[in-house]
Structures are given as C-alpha cells and as structure tokens.
Design a protein. Structure first.
Length: 121
C-alpha cells in the first residue's frame, strides 16, 4: 500500500510540476523552477505541520502527500542543474542569486506552511 500511495502522489506531483513549467514565462532566469520549489516547500511544511498536530491523519495520507506529491512536484535536481548551468555560462550573479533565493525562500516556505497548518484546528 505504501508504494501505491507514493506512486499515485508522485504522478499527481509530477503533473503539477509540468503544469507550472508550461506557464507562459519567458526569461533566462529559472523563475518557474524557483516558484515550484517555493510552493513545494510551503506544501511540505503544511503537511509536516498537520501530521505533527493531527492524530487522525493516517500514515498513508502523509506518505501520499509528503513523499508522493511533494517528491514529484519539487524540482531540487532541476534547480541544481540550472544553478550549475548559470555558473558554467559565467552568469555568476544570477547563479548565486538563484541558489540563495531558492534556499532562503524554501526554508521560509516550510515555516509558513507549518504556521498555516497550525491555523487549522
């Protein structure tokens, strides 16, 4: 059952990531990946917060959302590749800015998601 929860959630997350990547944003800066990672951070923070405070959430539900959906939706490997490519092209400012913004805003996203989950009682 665990594998099914992860697989179904992962498919849903991957479809969500693909949908975001299709938004009509034309820029050299990997803005859509940054937004995807921030949204994923908020979502996984929310799920972690809910799982930590709600006893009636099943482990399979948490597995579906946290490992499946968030794992399929977030794009850390894509982020890493894009940051590396910016640096390899000599776009040091953009590469460093992208890396810092991704890490800082995703950590903030986790905190926000946890706080949002605390509002639901």
């Amino acid at each position: 059952m665990n594998f099914l929860c992860v697989a179904l959630g992962g498919a849903l997350g991957a479809l969500g990531r693909y949908a975001v990547s299709m938004l009509p944003v034309k820029t050299e800066f990997p803005f859509l990946t940054l937004i995807t990672n921030i949204l994923g951070a908020v979502l996984i923070g929310f799920i972690a917060g809910m799982a930590g405070t709600k006893e009636n959430i099943s482990p399979n539900t948490v597995l579906f959302w946290k490992t499946g959906v968030c794992g399929g939706f977030t794009t850390f490997s894509t982020f890493s590749l894009e940051a590396c490519e910016l640096l390899e092209k000599g776009e040091y400012f953009s590469g460093i800015l992208y890396s810092v913004l991704s890490v800082v805003f995703c950590i903030i996203g986790i905190v926000c998601g946890k706080k949002l989950s605390g509002m639901i009682r």
